[in-house]
Design a protein around this ligand. Structure first.
Ligand code: DP6
Length: 363
């Protein structure tokens, strides 16, 4: 599909009011997106596991209004008005209006909440933008019943990408790929697709224990980090590496070769942080406890031969990935050895999930 496919069709009569609710999960990238061009076009392809319990639930109530000159919305986060999220939503609505021209015809009440602890340092922009985009698509499909499931999901992902790049990987599928790649059929810079190749059963319920090392505000946002890839001395090599890592991942995912999976995933995580450390200005998002956890995971893997590995997002938290067959012993390891490195001893046990779901139909 191209951008044109996401331009709206003819709308039927606009309903007066209604309400839609969607729950969208967070995701964790195996091959990382780091670097982009306007508007929200990734410099390299990426792939992620969709998570299960880390999710955002968003409801939008919509009421037809007289004045169609401006956007009008209220925002409630965990039941309370949240002024500081409003500029981000306003900017998002402006960016997607071309694709959803009904936006100014309604007053929206947006209610959103996260399943994970507030300010746990877990990126809520991916699940948040995905849930919001799905609600808006749901409203659009009331106005245009010709929208089929394929277009619905692709356009939801397309819109989510315009809110936050990684959000386009939080719509559908347990393993989602985003970014045009010559060897991946139907891959696109515009939206995420369900990974189209064989994936071994070991990955179907792969586990992710998220060790919450630092819950405060990051010193450098992802947005700034992406920008610093422009003129970065290693950028071109890094982008090339991501392309070839997606090729390398294909037989690894099909065969379930965990030894090779671990090497690729850990190398991707450290490369992401190496890009941060070698940009100008340079910065470090890992904390001493991040490194302590990484070293303990390496030591545990060496001593017990358990196929556990780590990955990192753009922050200090560590995602510990492992097959469900070793869940009990790895959870004991997390409890006994790693919790001490987490802020207030907090960590979240999650696993690969199936993608976003519609919560109820209150049309
Ligand atoms: C390190 O999607 O948060 O998590 O597009 O500016 O909103 P924006 O950035 P964002 O970047 C995520 C980067 C990452 C890697 C990844 O998820 O692929």
């Amino acid at each position: 599909m191209t951008e044109k496919d996401f331009l709206p069709g003819a709308y039927q009569k606009l309903p007066k009011n209604g309400k839609v609710t969607w729950k969208a999960p967070s995701n964790i990238a195996l091959v990382k997106y780091w670097g982009k061009k306007p508007v929200q076009i990734p410099a390299n392809p990426s792939i992620s596991f969709t998570l299960d319990s880390c999710a955002t639930t968003t409801s939008i109530s919509f009421d037809k209004k007289e004045n169609k000159d401006e956007f009008s919305f209220d925002l409630l986060f965990e039941g309370k008005p949240k002024q500081d999220f409003k500029p981000k939503i306003q900017a998002f609505l402006e960016r997607v209006e071309k694709y959803l021209p009904f936006l100014k015809a309604y007053h929206f009440t947006i209610e959103t909440s996260n399943s994970f602890p507030h300010s746990s340092g877990i990126a809520s922009s991916a699940s948040g933008m995905a849930a919001l985009s799905l609600c808006l698509m749901d409203i659009e499909s009331l106005l245009d019943p010709t929208i089929d499931q394929t277009l619905f999901h692709a356009k939801a992902s397309f819109l989510a990408r315009l809110g936050s790049g990684s959000a386009c990987r939080s719509i559908k599928g347990s393993l989602v790929q985003w970014g045009a790649h010559p060897n991946i059929p139907n891959s696109s810079d515009l939206y995420g697709i369900e990974y189209p190749f064989d994936v071994g059963p070991v990955f179907e319920d792969y586990c992710d224990t998220i060790l919450l090392v630092h819950k405060g505000q990051k010193q450098v946002s992802s947005t700034v980090g992406h920008q610093l890839m422009h003129g970065h001395p290693f950028a071109q090599n890094r982008f090339q590496q991501a392309f070839s890592n997606l090729d390398r991942l294909k037989p690894i995912l099909a065969s379930g070769n965990l030894e090779e999976f671990i090497k690729l995933v850990e190398s991707e995580a450290l490369t992401l942080h190496a890009m941060m450390m070698t940009s100008m200005p340079y910065f470090i998002l890992m904390k001493p406890d991040t490194l302590q956890i990484i070293n303990k995971i390496w030591q545990y893997r060496e001593e017990t031969k358990t196929p556990v590995c780590f990955t990192l997002d753009a922050g200090a938290n560590v995602h510990m990935l492992y097959p469900s067959s070793v869940r009990e012993k790895v959870l004991a390891f997390a409890r006994e050895e790693l919790a001490v490195h987490c802020e207030n001893g907090q960590y979240i046990n999650d696993q690969v999930g199936e993608g976003a779901i519609k919560i109820n139909d209150q049309r």
